[in-house]
Ligand binder design. Structure first.
Ligand SMILES: Cc1cc2nc3c(=O)[nH]c(=O)nc-3n(C[C@H](O)[C@H](O)[C@H](O)COP(=O)(O)OP(=O)(O)OC[C@H]3O[C@@H](n4cnc5c(N)ncnc54)[C@H](O)[C@@H]3O)c2cc1C
Length: 414
């Protein structure tokens, strides 16, 4: 039974939201709460609603939370600000807005964020992860304390309240969800953005995350008094990544993996720029060095990030240990810079079965079926001997793994 009577989709809207990933969904929900009508436009089909967040681990940044306090972690807005600003290294004129944004987000993450999510039905796993520790002095890069709060149910559970609310908006005739509508241009009149124009793409029934066809079946044009672009990043477009690669990191690796689905194509950034948007900090990109090829890929060059504990021995391609504090999970860009300077594009984690069982995890909703499925019996198996199923599958089938019983065999494999 559906409690919301269905009304016709609006033919006019107050706001156009480009992209129905988490950002676009949250923006739409806020607009609905403000009584606005929305055109929610996405190049992908309905199956992909939620974008990257569906694949995500759902690790959220919260400051001085009950979960942290229960674990004896002493956090505060001041400490979080110190960490954030030391990591961001704001030092450009264009950092004016990012600085204000960081302060606003810190207020949010140490204030209403948890209660807001809690009211929406979102719950957290009691163990708080320690992402990007840094490991330098207190005034340098990294999180001084664990702040990575994992949503119970991971990415899909994070999306649920927002998808539900947007669907109610569709039912109530306040939202028109326009799938397979690819925006190619912002409409400009009198120096302002008044709408979007693009093509309707053929319906091809592509599954979530997979590349869908780009065959056009017609055009569309929409107008509204505001346009919000929430089109995601550039991680699925290696040409763009290479074009914006920062000189401080040397030459971009010849082989890159994509941690993100095919739709993260970055096209909308250029389109927005041509429409007058000011893009900043394009070279401040984020990469994970601890990425491995997915043995069971959903999208092209599908990479999965290892969420490593600190115990693996991390060796560069020449066999030298990475210098401290470049331990697994401490400073991803620092380790990237170091590895590229070796003249090679890879490194090795050397670890025992005991370490892999105890502290080797993989990022993403589909690699953590126990947390994603909120499955307590499956979760309890993490306490039993043996690595979790998805980790074991990577160990057995992943092209990047060498498993050996003797040092000689290991070195031969490497
Ligand atoms: C495996 C994985 C694990 C992750 N884990 C975490 C984590 O633990 N914690 C964390 O904070 N973050 C994590 N992330 C990152 C996080 O999920 C993303 O940063 C976030 O979901 C991005 O949301 P978005 O709405 O900005 O973009 P997206 O989800 O990329 O959505 C953008 C949407 O815009 C659409 N679009 C783009 N261009 C156009 C166009 N021209 N016309 C129409 N539509 C267009 C796309 O089709 C897409 O649906 C993870 C990501 C992945 C993939």
């Amino acid at each position: 039974m559906n409690p919301v009577p269905r009304r016709a989709a609006p033919t006019e809207a107050d706001v156009i939201v480009v992209g129905s990933g988490l950002a676009g969904l949250v923006a739409t929900c806020e607009l609905l709460d403000a009584g606005k009508r929305v055109f929610l436009v996405d190049q992908e089909g309905a199956a992909s609603i939620g974008g990257q967040a569906w694949w995500s681990f759902g690790g959220l940044f919260l400051v001085d939370s009950p979960e942290q306090r229960r674990l004896g972690v002493h956090d505060s807005p001041e400490l979080a600000r110190q960490d954030w600003f030391a990591s961001a290294g704001f030092d450009r004129a264009e950092d004016y807005w990012p600085t204000l944004w960081a302060d606003a987000y810190l207020d949010f993450a140490s204030g209403e964020k948890r209660a807001w999510l809690h009211d929406l039905g979102i719950r957290f796993f009691p163990v708080v992860g320690w992402a990007e520790r840094g490991g330098y002095t207190a005034l340098e890069h990294g999180n001084s304390v664990p702040r990575f709060h994992i949503v119970w149910g991971t990415g899909p559970a994070l999306l649920t309240p927002f998808i539900t609310r947007v669907r109610q908006g569709v039912q109530a005739g306040q939202v028109s969800a326009l799938h397979r509508h690819r925006v190619d241009e912002l409409l400009i009149e009198d120096g302002g953005v008044v709408g979007v124009r693009g093509v309707r793409l053929a319906d091809d029934g592509a599954e979530r995350g997979t590349a869908s066809s780009r065959d056009p079946v017609g055009d569309f044009e929409l107008r509204a008094s505001a346009v919000i672009v929430t089109s995601g990043g550039i991680g699925g477009n290696h040409d763009l990544v290479r074009a914006q690669w920062p000189t401080r990191l040397g030459t971009a690796p010849k082989k890159l993996l994509s941690g993100v689905p095919a739709h993260v194509d970055g096209r909308m950034l250029g389109i927005s720029e041509r429409g007058g948007a000011r893009l900043i900090n394009g070279d401040r990109m984020w990469h994970y060095t601890e990425g491995i090829t997915n043995w069971d890929p959903v999208w092209a060059a599908h990479g999965i990030r290892i969420l490593p504990g600190p115990s693996s021995l991390w060796l560069d391609a020449t066999g030298a240990r990475l210098p401290g504090p470049l331990f697994p999970g401490f400073d991803t860009l620092g380790s990237l810079e170091y590895i590229l300077k070796t003249g090679h594009e890879h490194s090795w984690f050397v670890l025992t079965q005991k370490i892999i069982q105890k502290e080797f995890a993989l990022s993403g909703s589909e690699q953590n079926p126990d947390l994603t499925g909120r499955n307590l019996p499956l979760l309890a198996k993490r306490l039993l001997p043996g690595a979790p199923g998805p980790v074991e599958a990577f160990k057995e089938k992943g092209v990047d793994f060498v498993v050996a019983d003797t040092l000689h065999d290991l070195l031969t494999g490497i």
